[in-house]
Ligand binder design. Structure first.
Ligand SMILES: [Zn+2]
Length: 119
């Protein structure tokens, strides 16, 4: 049995990544963007460090990017322009193809490249 046999549609399979986060109580799916509530990573960061100028929720950004990239077979990048770790009142994420992000995703795409070079 393959994993895709478990889901009725490919969209159900793709959305299952966000469902896993929901079970942890930290993720609300809203189209191609959403909100992370009660981000443990932002909370933990602020308990030891001052507010940053960049988002600090690397784990959920990485999980969402990796899950979606594996699903589509090409780089998909998640970035949270609003983040509690940089003083915003909530974390908000956007997910889209790495080529659509243009310069903002360049460092992430560079980090992904060795993975795609191996496949
Ligand atoms: Zn955040």
């Amino acid at each position: 049995m393959e994993i895709n046999d478990t889901f009725d549609t490919d969209m159900d399979l793709l959305a299952s990544g966000s469902v896993a986060h929901t079970w942890e109580g930290s993720f609300i799916l809203a189209g191609f963007g959403g909100m992370w509530t009660n981000s443990y990573e932002a909370e933990h960061h602020l308990s030891f460090h001052p507010s940053e100028t960049e988002p600090v929720c690397w784990s959920p950004m990485g999980l969402a990017s990796g899950w979606s990239t594996a699903f589509f077979g090409s780089p998909v990048i998640t970035i949270d322009p609003l983040c509690v770790g940089k003083g915003d009142d909530h974390c908000e994420w956007h997910i889209q193809s790495g080529t659509v992000w243009e310069d903002k995703a360049r460092p992430y795409l560079k980090a992904y490249q060795p993975f795609f070079d191996r496949t």
